[in-house]
Design a binder for this molecule. Structure first.
Ligand SMILES: *Cc1c(COP(=O)(O)O)cnc(C)c1O
Length: 317
């Protein structure tokens, strides 16, 4: 269902998950995950009388998950680009009787995702990153069929009612995933997303992924070659293990990114020191990736980033 924001959808699905696993008091989440995910996990745990266990999948080894209602993870990490092993992690949760809730914000339209093949229970994600849905495009939520009928939403809005225009006295959820809708959607934002999805209907996703990997490799090998030792690498060096973005580390990352933006190379900065470059394969060329790397090389060699105007921080970084 396409509706609301990722944040709102995650709130809904976390409640659905803990209600679907009564008697299991733990939500399992990664303490380094995207802020929205961490904040909501903590809040929903409190609302539902659960506790949060902050542990990354490599810390689950040898530990029992028998008290876990749901494990929540970003498939591709927003800061590092690390791709989690969705099949293995989902299996591990299922073996313990827990549900798997994946945030696909940096995966959808970038990395092939097989939700049904992995038996994923719940998923959310945004459509304005690699899916190119446009600024403010709505998010999506996925609830596996076997959970749909018994699910109870914490946001029972009028438009998710089984008969919204009956204006009935009591809430009755719409069938399937219709109840995920809360209120009136932004029709203009949906229209813009629809344009992007029409293009994606024609895209061979594995081919797009191969191109994105090539773009990332051109960028990274050029930077490594021209500026050896200048940046740390926050992303996995193995392209298969990272999503479609490359994250470099530098203490002056903010000013460096601003200097690049002034030259038309739009990356972003994530505290404390991450320069993040997304390689959207549908509209970036191999030459663009090389030019972006050479722009970075010039910004560093000429110390352009030291210009005082690049140190001024706005709300968006
Ligand atoms: C971008 C992103 C979001 C965005 O949430 P919104 O509610 O759409 O602003 C959520 N989770 C992750 C992991 C993200 O990368």
């Amino acid at each position: 269902m396409v509706c609301d924001s990722t944040t709102v959808n995650l709130f809904k699905l976390l409640h659905v998950a803990v209600r679907a696993r009564p008697g299991r008091p733990v939500i399992l989440a990664e303490k380094d995950d995207f802020p929205t995910d961490r904040f909501l996990v903590a809040e929903v745990a409190e609302q539902a009388g659960c506790e949060v266990r902050w542990a990354a999948p490599d810390e689950w080894r040898g530990r029992t998950l028998d008290d876990v209602a749901v494990g929540v993870l970003s498939h591709v990490h927003y800061r590092t680009g690390l791709v989690h092993d969705m099949p293995a992690i989902t299996r591990r949760l299922h073996d313990a009787g827990a549900l798997a809730l994946w945030d696909l914000s940096h995966s959808v339209g970038a990395v092939p995702v097989e939700l049904d093949a992995c038996g994923v229970d719940l998923a959310v994600g945004c459509t304005y990153k690699f899916l190119c849905g446009g600024p403010g495009a709505p998010a999506f939520a996925m609830v596996a069929r076997q959970l749909q009928a018994a699910a109870r939403t914490p946001v029972p809005g009028w438009l998710g009612h089984a008969a919204p225009f009956a204006f009935a006295p009591d809430y009755r959820p719409a069938p399937g995933v219709g109840w995920l809708v809360t209120g009136t959607p932004s029709i203009t934002a949906h229209a813009s997303l629809e344009c992007a999805l029409e293009i994606f209907d024609t895209v061979d996703l594995p081919a797009a992924r191969r191109k994105a990997i090539a773009l990332g490799e051109i960028f990274l090998t050029t930077v490594e070659h021209e500026l050896p030792g200048m940046f740390t690498l926050h992303s996995p060096r193995d392209a298969e293990a990272r999503g479609n973005h490359v994250s470099l580390g530098h203490p002056d990352g903010f000013a460096i990114v601003q200097a690049l933006i002034a030259r038309g190379v739009v990356g972003d900065f994530r505290a404390p020191d991450v320069l993040r470059f997304g390689f959207a394969p549908l509209y970036l060329s191999h030459a663009d990736a090389f030019d972006a790397a050479m722009a970075l090389v010039e910004v560093m060699r000429t110390d352009q980033w030291r210009d005082g105007r690049f140190a001024v921080r706005g709300v968006v970084t």
